[in-house]
Design a binder for this molecule. Structure first.
Ligand SMILES: Cc1cc2nc3c(=O)[nH]c(=O)nc-3n(C[C@H](O)[C@H](O)[C@H](O)COP(=O)(O)OP(=O)(O)OC[C@H]3O[C@@H](n4cnc5c(N)ncnc54)[C@H](O)[C@@H]3O)c2cc1C
Length: 632
């Protein structure tokens, strides 16, 4: 068949030939001489029949070529494997000047010899049981179960929208005889940077640690300065705050190796849209010991019990490559000359010099915000969100989310996510921890702060979540004398008030949820997961009136979406106040350098460019890349 007869394909005119099927309008222009697809969209590579994962459909009626490899549309059994293999010779003369269609047939047998892709829903039991899963995949791909060598799940999520809960699975099935290797995620080949140019990284949270790793990859030597202790040493200070109510200002749930995310639930999802960046960070976590499941789960998490070892391994890698990691080194000043940073000063007076400083000190480094302000280095007030941490029995959340009395052995403890609008402001769940514990997260004596964590199995009896209200800059007006620190002072005042009201220990003000909505002090508060304990307080005393009002209305609205959520079995703890930084340290959009101070790279959550472990790690890498670029 002469391909000249064929019209050029384009998005608007997708018909190839009447005799032949209508092509997907997404397909690119066909070359007249030879119907190879646009090389930028390599639908069919003639040498090797790889399909563009983005362009799977050839024709709605004809078989669907699914992502990466070819799987026939199971509803169209015409082209069975057997048929194609048997008829390969007849079907596939070498396509010399063939059409896309003849090429398609030529390569069809190859496609069929490749792993089958699948995407379907199964019961939680089938998703958890390998034998059942193989059977389901076989049925879906219309092949025998015994022909399957290995089923690899690539993506897993829960669909809890209907009464009967389903698990969405997407993956590949490798047939017997096909090449299958269990691909292990490897770490990049980090070079030795002992004698390379030094870059200071202040803060060993996710932003600082991933910046350090990236610097090494780029041939630079990171000097990581962390005010807190190494990850294991932190544990003693966490015990002290939980049991004795003693807050160590350098070592606590927010400060110390691994940063604020170390003793957390380790949720690894982000609103960041760039899948490539996210996957890279997830792969690094896996390379440093996290379960590969985090690459598969729609909502991955690592867990408090697993994170410390991963953090320690990252530190050991940095040191093994010739980088430096120092603990108990609180940065208290910057060395500046003509608006150029030349180094930092430590609490003990030591000066460490470098032309480039990545400042990744997190949302709780109030002394750094104060230092910047005092030195007239540009910072801005930033809106954040503030509210309470609500704790329910996990069984109740399971019941609501899974519409069942008992979630059974195959479903994980249910999470929830809620957003409502009240009086023109968002009120939403934040950092929800299924099967988790509420932690005392103050960073200074004289304040109480809550947040939550979960172990990897999320097997605690309670579910907790921040329920926070979006703040606006105008809310900080009563603190305007603090200039860009107004939001921070607003935050501080609420934390200090809560501390006073609850008895000037690490106990938190607490109230039953229904009592709160009815403005009634709770006659008693049952034991909650918050170890330092609770004091029954009317929450309205902790917050400005407008916040209390929004939260009261918010809980009523939540009940409309999650029947049973509004209950006196749920206990509110106050405040949840460290949701994100109250300050932004402005930087140039392109160079990522501070707008005024050359060589200073505000980074991560504290600077206002991240909101969680993954986005902080991504921002750390970005800053390191820009540092390296500027040194070229
Ligand atoms: C209990 C808890 C649970 C959380 N759970 C999750 C979760 O499940 N998922 C998630 O995505 N996010 C979670 N977060 C938020 C997450 O931890 C942060 O978004 C993230 O850690 C921010 O990373 P960062 O590197 O920008 O800052 P940080 O992690 O805050 O790290 C900053 C580091 O800088 C150090 N530092 C501060 N000042 C100085 C100084 N002057 N000199 C030297 N060092 C200094 C601090 O000690 C700290 O180690 C949680 C936070 C907490 C507190």
């Amino acid at each position: 068949m002469q391909n000249y007869e064929l019209p050029v394909l384009n998005r608007k005119f997708p018909v190839l030939n009447r005799k032949f099927p209508v092509l997907n309008p997404e397909l690119p222009v066909l070359n007249h001489k030879f119907p190879v697809l646009n090389p930028e969209l390599p639908v069919l590579n003639r040498k090797f029949p790889v399909l563009n994962p983005e362009l799977p459909v050839l024709n709605r009626k004809l078989p669907v070529l699914n992502r990466k490899y070819s799987v026939l549309n199971p509803e169209i059994p015409v082209f069975s494997d057997e048929f194609l293999l048997k008829n390969r010779e007849n079907l596939s003369p070498e396509p010399k000047n063939g059409t896309i269609f003849t090429e398609f047939f030529y390569y069809f047998p190859y496609f069929c010899a490749m792993p089958k892709e699948f995407q379907f829903q199964v019961s939680p039991e089938a998703a958890a049981n390998e034998d059942l899963l193989v059977k389901k995949v076989a049925q879906f791909c219309k092949i025998g179960a015994s022909d399957i060598q290995k089923v690899v799940v690539l993506k897993r999520s829960i669909d809890a929208r209907q009464k009967s809960i389903k698990i969405n699975l997407k993956g590949k099935a490798f047939l017997v005889g096909e090449e299958y290797t269990d691909s292990k995620i490897e770490l990049p080949d980090y070079p030795n940077v002992e004698n390379k140019q030094e870059v200071i990284v202040v803060g060993a949270g996710p932003a600082g640690l991933f910046a350090a790793l990236q610097l090494i990859e780029l041939g630079l030597k990171p000097i990581v300065l962390e005010r807190g202790k190494e990850v294991r040493g932190r544990r003693r200070d966490l015990k002290a705050i939980n049991v004795d109510g003693i807050v160590n200002e350098d070592s606590n749930y927010c400060f110390g190796e691994g940063g604020a995310g170390t003793y957390s639930d380790g949720k690894l999802y982000t609103r960041s849209k760039k899948r490539g960046d996210i996957d890279r960070i997830l792969e690094l976590f896996v390379g440093f010991g996290a379960t590969p499941d985090i690459m598969v789960e729609a909502h991955p998490h690592i867990g408090t019990n697993k994170l410390p070892q991963i953090i320690q391994d990252i530190r050991e890698k940095i040191i093994a490559c010739g980088g430096i990691v120092l603990f108990g080194t609180r940065v208290t000043d910057f060395v500046l000359k003509n608006n150029q940073i030349e180094g930092v000063v430590l609490q003990n007076g030591t000066i460490i010099t470098a032309q480039k400083v990545i400042l990744a000190t997190g949302h709780s480094a109030r002394d750094i915000f104060e230092l910047l302000y005092k030195k007239n280095i540009l910072i801005e007030a930033k809106p954040f969100a503030l509210g309470v941490r609500a704790e329910h029995p996990q069984s109740l959340i399971d019941k609501i989310q899974y519409s069942c009395d008992y979630r059974g052995e195959f479903l994980p403890p249910a999470p929830y996510s809620m957003v409502k609008q009240v009086n023109g402001r968002g009120i939403y769940s934040f950092c929800m921890c299924p099967g988790g514990v509420i932690a005392p997260c103050a960073t200074s004596p004289g304040e109480v702060v809550t947040n939550g964590w979960s172990p990897s199995k999320r097997d605690q009896a309670t579910a907790n979540s921040g329920i926070v209200v979006e703040l606006k800059l105008e809310d900080f007006k009563p603190y305007q004398q603090y200039g860009p620190l107004a939001g921070m002072e607003f935050q501080k005042a609420i934390e200090q008030k809560a501390w006073q009201l609850a008895g000037e220990t690490q106990k938190v003000p607490a109230q039953r949820m229904v009592d709160f909505t009815q403005n009634k002090i709770s006659t008693n508060i049952p034991k909650t997961s918050y170890v330092p304990g609770t004091t029954s307080i009317e929450m309205g005393q902790v917050f400005p009136g407008f916040l209390t009002q929004i939260m009261r209305e918010g809980f009523l609205q939540f009940e409309k979406s999650m029947k049973g959520y509004l209950t006196n079995d749920a206990i509110l703890h106050a405040p949840e106040s460290r949701t994100s930084s109250p300050v932004r340290i402005p930087r140039d959009d392109f160079s990522l350098e501070h707008l005024q101070i050359k060589g200073l790279y505000p980074c991560g959550e504290g600077a206002g460019y991240a909101g969680g472990i993954i986005s902080a790690a991504i921002d750390g890498e970005k800053c390191a890349l820009k540092v390296a670029e500027s040194l070229k």
